[in-house]
Design a binder for this molecule. Structure first.
Ligand SMILES: NC(=O)c1ccc[n+]([C@@H]2O[C@H](COP(=O)([O-])OP(=O)(O)OC[C@H]3O[C@@H](n4cnc5c(N)ncnc54)[C@H](O)[C@@H]3O)[C@@H](O)[C@H]2O)c1
Length: 374
């Protein structure tokens, strides 16, 4: 491999957000893009000045100049495309979730081990500035002992096309599962917290016409899961349809000294709770700092933490809590062997399988389901 990682991005809706970041990263060459629609492919290629373009994913995988693919295709394609890439000897970054079945996760972990290539699920939440803030407070000992974790991801997907209508809410649960496990992990030291078993209840009912596609009736799925080797339990809640709730991606850490809550309403500042009196004066809203200093200078602006609202609102790539440049950086460093991918393949599988096992549990009326160890 050349000293720059030659990257191809597949799927150019969400995927196009990452093009300028790879272009600016000193360790990457933004080599190729791929989508099936020729006109749309050319539009994006011309916009960003990417010369190498593929309408066929299979053809892209035959290109020996491609070191790594970043997959941003629809959910059902994630696992088959990731598997094909690993088997073609490419490093893989793939948007969430890793797959939609235990079998897909198992195959991917096996393929990654066999290939020796990097696999990383590009989970935005664990690189968002709010999560990084909570993680930093925990690592510095400010929070104290973690007593309980809670994640929630509510999104109204009405009107979204294709595979979305009727999708079991927990099949797309990594945004709320991942921070609960990541905060107890220290990948640089080889310590990764994994879920052991899950109990989930389904609640309410979506419109009848949406139910048959996945045979999943629930409007809300809410699960608790045990974290291996700890006494901590996490709770996660998900909804996709027929639920009146503004978009919420939230993560709460309840701890012995200081607790952290993110967020009630989108764009509100997170809250810290301290112990003590007087009670009404305890909750304190905090401005979350900028973690751009952890990144190479040319991609720092993509955290969106530049205090220039006009500039920010037009800065492509700065979404999801400033996570995108952190994801790109971590992936490239993993490919170059400088640090572990986080999440790596087994961790991505565990985060994804919590949701798959949770839905299974809900369909069995709340039976405990073991998350397979891969
Ligand atoms: N926060 C996050 O992590 C986050 C946010 C948004 C989207 N996503 C994920 O990103 C993925 C894409 O989302 P989107 O909103 O851009 O969807 P989309 O349907 O708008 O775009 C999918 C893209 O994939 C392309 N595509 C589909 N099949 C392909 C194939 N066989 N070969 C090459 N290209 C193919 C399509 O042409 C399109 O460009 C989804 O899985 C979604 O869940 C994650």
């Amino acid at each position: 491999m050349a000293n720059k990682v030659r990257v191809a991005i597949v799927g150019l809706g969400f995927g196009s957000e990452f093009i300028p970041i790879f272009q600016a990263h000193p360790d990457a060459e933004m080599y190729a893009i791929c989508r099936r629609d020729r006109a749309e492919l050319d539009r994006v290629g011309d916009q960003f000045g990417v010369a190498k373009r593929y309408t066929s994913y299979d053809e892209l995988l035959k290109d020996p100049n491609v070191d790594a693919v970043h997959i941003n295709s629809p959910i059902p394609d994630h696992a088959p495309q990731s598997l094909a890439a690993l088997r073609a000897g490419k490093h893989v970054a793939c948007t969430v979730p890793m797959g939609v079945s235990i079998d897909e996760c198992r195959q991917l972990v096996e393929a990654q081990r066999k290939s020796g290539k990097t696999y990383m699920m590009m989970e935005t939440v664990v690189y968002s500035r709010e999560y990084l803030f909570a993680k930093d407070l925990y690592d510095r000992g400010t929070l104290g002992r973690i007593q309980f974790l809670r994640g929630s991801h509510q999104q109204d997907m009405d009107g979204w096309p294709g595979y979305w209508p009727g999708l079991p809410p927990m099949w797309y649960a990594t945004h709320c599962v991942s921070p609960c496990l990541a905060i107890l992990s220290d990948p640089a030291k080889g310590k990764v917290a994994l879920a052991e078993s899950v109990v989930c209840h389904g609640s309410g009912r979506i419109r009848e016409d949406m139910i048959p596609k996945y045979n999943s009736p629930f409007a809300i799925e809410t699960a608790t899961f045990k974290i291996k080797g700890t006494d901590v339990v996490a709770e996660v809640t998900r909804s996709l349809f027929d639920t009146a709730r503004q978009y919420r991606e939230s993560f709460d850490v309840t701890a012995s000294n200081v607790s952290f809550e993110w967020q009630q309403v989108e764009n509100e500042k997170p809250i810290l709770h301290m112990r003590g009196l007087p009670e009404p004066e305890i909750p304190r809203r905090v401005s979350v700092p900028d973690f751009a200093g952890r990144l190479p200078e040319p991609i720092r602006k993509f955290t969106g933490a530049i205090h220039d609202a006009t500039h920010l609102s037009f800065l492509q790539g700065a979404g999801h809590g400033g996570s995108h440049p952190h994801l790109v950086h971590n992936f490239l460093q993993a490919v170059l062997g400088r640090q572990p991918a986080f999440p790596d393949a087994p961790t991505s599988a565990n985060w994804t399988m919590v949701g798959i096992c949770a839905h299974e549990s809900a369909m069995k009326g709340g039976e405990r389901v073991q998350v397979p160890a891969l």
